[in-house]
Design a protein around this ligand. Structure first.
Ligand SMILES: Nc1ncnc2c1ncn2[C@@H]1O[C@H](COP(=O)(O)OP(=O)(O)OP(=O)(O)O)[C@@H](O)[C@H]1O
Ligand code: SF4
Ligand SMILES: [Mg+2]
Length: 336
């Protein structure tokens, strides 16, 4: 299964805005493993980016980790990320050398006052201090070429504002790849890119995983991408992981009504053009006005009166497959 590199256990994150507390993550647990890709899926606002940013300790000041733990299990033993100072030496070292993140918006990662090449070189040299400038630049050029950037020998000297949005995105990914991280967190990294570049980037992530054993956390809206890249899948709804399992568990034996609805609402690559797509009924409730009992109950086709009374417990279905639904057996077997 691959050894665990990041372990998130019963993590609670709250945001405090206008003196109100928004419980954004409600006790989520998962492992990111060597040589595996964990995909996190779920509708907008369910807490995917907050999860990614919590691991990197990049959450805004108005948020707090209120419970649980985030551990990095590196060569020197366990490091409790959740207890580190956000911008302390140890956290900066982890970010620079061990865990890399790529975002939807590349400008958050690129510094406008330095050339792209300078920034990639800096990453390469931080990782390998014996690397001379000329060799670092040659590697930077190669990384940009791998990312499909035309004329990389010239482009390497340009600044972020001289790159198009798609090229900036690829520049940022090149930077993340440059430090050969043990863990790569990718938060919708290809949303703004065209299909052929998307494919190149996913191919690169696959080779990082299989050749270097990189552990990957990939956040995506695209079930086609999930079907192609995931080893494990975590389905999030309103700050909880409502279903977790291997890709086979989740795609072929979904046990939560929300997962089933997600699978019906999104085209899946390789399933032909004639898939019937049904949008998920209703919308995510306001997080300050949460439904009673099961959070999915107002939108659930399986809901019964008991679902309004309490949150369902998390149940192990089989192997690593777990679900938060009291009717999971019916959901799995009814063929709907
Ligand atoms: N900077 C912030 N200030 C206040 N609340 C925030 C902030 N960032 C996130 N939140 C809260 O956390 C919730 C989860 O946000 P998050 O960005 O993790 O969603 P997401 O699943 O990544 O959505 P998307 O698919 O749109 O990227 C939001 O619904 C919002 O209530
Ligand atoms: S517990 Fe009830 S409301 Fe919640 S997902 Fe399961 S059937 Fe639906
Ligand atoms: Mg997000």
């Amino acid at each position: 299964m691959g050894e665990t590199i990041i372990r998130v256990k019963d993590l609670h994150v709250h945001f405090y805005t206008n003196q109100r507390c928004n419980r954004v993550l409600n006790g989520i647990s998962f492992d990111i493993r060597k040589g595996r890709t964990l995909c996190v899926v779920g509708e907008s606002g369910c807490g995917k980016s907050v999860t990614a940013n919590a691991i990197m300790r990049l959450l805004p000041e108005l948020s707090r980790i209120e419970g649980g733990s985030i551990s990095y299990l590196g060569p020197e033993g366990e490091v409790r990320i959740d207890t580190l100072e956000r911008n302390g030496r140890q956290m900066r070292k982890l970010r620079g050398e061990d865990i890399a993140i790529i975002f939807q918006d590349p400008m958050t990662a690129l510094n406008p006052v330095y050339s792209i090449g300078f920034q990639i070189n800096e990453m390469l040299q931080a990782h390998d201090p014996s690397l001379r400038k000329k060799a670092a630049t040659a590697r930077s050029v190669q990384l940009l070429r791998d990312m499909g950037i035309p004329l990389p020998e010239q482009r390497v000297h340009e600044y972020p504002h001289q790159f198009s949005g798609g090229m900036r995105q690829r520049g940022m990914i090149a930077m993340a790849m440059a430090c050969a991280p043990k863990v790569l967190i990718a938060d919708e990294p290809t949303t703004a890119l065209d299909v052929s570049i998307q494919a190149q980037i996913f191919e690169l992530m696959e080779s990082l995983k299989t050749e270097r054993g990189t552990a990957i956390l990939l956040i995506t809206h695209d079930m086609g991408v999930v079907a192609e890249l995931a080893d494990e899948v975590a389905v999030m709804y309103m700050g909880s992981i409502v279903e977790y399992g291997t890709i086979e568990d989740v795609l072929t034996r979904p046990a939560h009504p929300y997962t089933k609805a997600l699978l019906k609402s999104i085209p899946i690559l390789g399933r032909g053009k004639k898939q019937q797509l049904d949008p998920i009924r209703g919308s995510t409730p306001d997080s300050f006005d949460r439904p009673k009992g099961c959070q999915f109950q107002p939108r659930c086709d399986y809901a019964g009166p008991e679902c309004q009374l309490s949150m369902p417990e998390e149940t192990l279905v089989s192997g690593v497959h777990r679900v938060m639904c009291r009717k999971h057996r019916e959901v799995q077997s009814d063929g709907r």
